[in-house]
Design a protein around this ligand. Structure first.
Ligand code: C5P
Length: 393
């Protein structure tokens, strides 16, 4: 038997079945779910029973769903659904779904001239709290019929994952720093490092999935942040800008996870004009010539600054080390005043920058050491957040 994370029945409504449903079915299966589809009568006008069967490997489900389909390990995902279609569900049919143990998720389809906040209020008013409402994120073109605004297939998959995830960070506000910083020399050149922002993105994704409101202050990323509900990106460029943005967003945060690879040094001065590299010969050195050695200054240490505040959020630092990991990590934990320090050996293959995996050892203030095996970065994030939840009590 094939191992799956659970079952999802997609209820496709209207012409969205032509455009939104196929990528949704494929992405749900790629994420590990066993998927089938039921088409409402208005979707059946735009498809045949064979099309979804071809994409899922299962015959089309009956609509309304039989009681045998309403089991605890199955999510019923209405995507996309217009308010009228939802209203048109016979009251006893909606009640039958709501009284069942199945997970219920709806992705409202809004029209271009709907005001999203008003439309969502109406949805919240109409749907019982049993329904997880996946707010719209993307314009989906339906050809001559115009656009609808609906949760993208990727976001719908995320809501299915959320339905299965204990909300042990609900009500928590988490600030994360991610990626490298860029320290400008002139309008063209800058100093930076090899961080992609992937570890910070994983922490944001998993924390938001567990119910936290996440703010991510990030430098220029080569691995884009997940575009998911519950994650607010705050883009910056330099270490100083990251310092200022963290300061501005720290209020009311319960947890700060400083995962960014902040440049330790920045050019001492910034040149408004591009510095010249031409040989000077006998010509005297001017302000606009690239110097032979670039004078540098230290950047502010954001983690150490947060560690010195009182009160301060629960503080998690990172340390990318290439030698004496344990010794350096313990020193850093105490010197920077954090509660947890996640150290990784950047010389080990499959750990650190620009890879999907990481091997992290977490040091706690009370002297505990948690040696995690090499894991996918989402799983590393999960383990770190488990320790945070445990510490917050
Ligand atoms: O001292 P080191 O750079 O190894 O410390 C790494 C930790 O400190 C990371 O959590 C990093 O985000 C944070 N840091 C910072 N500001 C700096 C330098 C590092 O917040 N200027």
């Amino acid at each position: 038997m094939k191992f799956t994370l659970g079952s999802v029945t997609v209820i496709a409504d209207g012409p969205g079945v032509m455009v939104h449903t196929p990528p949704l079915l494929l992405q749900l299966q790629q994420a590990g779910y066993d998927v089938d589809v039921a088409a409402t009568p208005s979707a059946a006008l735009f498809t045949t029973p064979y099309a979804p069967a071809l994409l899922t490997g299962h015959p089309a489900a009956r609509w309304p769903l039989p009681d045998t389909a309403l089991t605890p390990n199955r999510a019923i995902l209405l995507a996309p659904s217009s308010l009228n279609a939802f209203k048109a569900l016979p009251a006893n049919e909606r009640q039958r779904l709501e009284n069942s143990p199945a997970g219920l998720i709806v992705a409202p389809a809004l029209l271009p001239d709907d005001t999203p906040s008003d439309a969502l209020d109406e949805w919240r008013h109409l749907a019982s709290p049993r329904w997880l409402i996946a707010p719209p994120t993307a314009h989906t073109p339906l050809g001559a019929l115009g656009d609808i605004l609906v949760a993208s297939p990727e976001t719908c998959v995320e809501w299915v994952r959320r339905w299965q995830t204990p909300q042990d960070l609900a009500g928590r506000r988490i600030l994360i720093t991610a990626g490298p910083t860029a320290e400008d020399i002139d309008p063209v050149r800058y100093l930076t490092n090899r961080s992609t922002g992937r570890m910070g993105g994983s922490l944001a994704r998993i924390a938001a999935r567990r119910g936290a409101a996440v703010t991510v202050v990030h430098g220029p990323l080569s691995c884009p942040l997940p575009d998911l509900p519950g994650i607010t990106p705050v883009p910056v460029r330099s270490a100083q800008q990251m310092f200022d943005a963290v300061d501005a967003h720290l209020n009311h945060c319960d947890v700060a996870i400083l995962c960014a690879a902040v440049a330790d040094y920045a050019p001492a001065t910034y040149s408004e004009l591009k510095l010249k590299k031409s040989d000077r010969g006998d010509r005297p050195h001017t302000l606009w010539d690239m110097p032979d050695a670039l004078p540098l200054r230290r950047t502010p240490d954001i983690l150490a600054h947060l560690g010195s505040l009182s009160p301060r959020p629960f503080l998690v630092g990172f340390a990318a080390e290439s030698d004496h990991i344990e010794e350096n990590a313990r020193l850093k934990l105490m010197r920077k005043g954090c509660d947890l320090l996640c150290a990784n050996d950047i010389t080990e293959p499959g750990s650190g920058f620009a890879v999907h995996t990481n091997r992290v050892t977490v040091f706690t203030r009370s002297g505990d050491i948690h040696r995690l095996p090499q894991l996918d970065k989402d799983d590393v994030a999960r383990k770190i957040l488990d320790l945070v939840v445990q510490a917050l009590g």
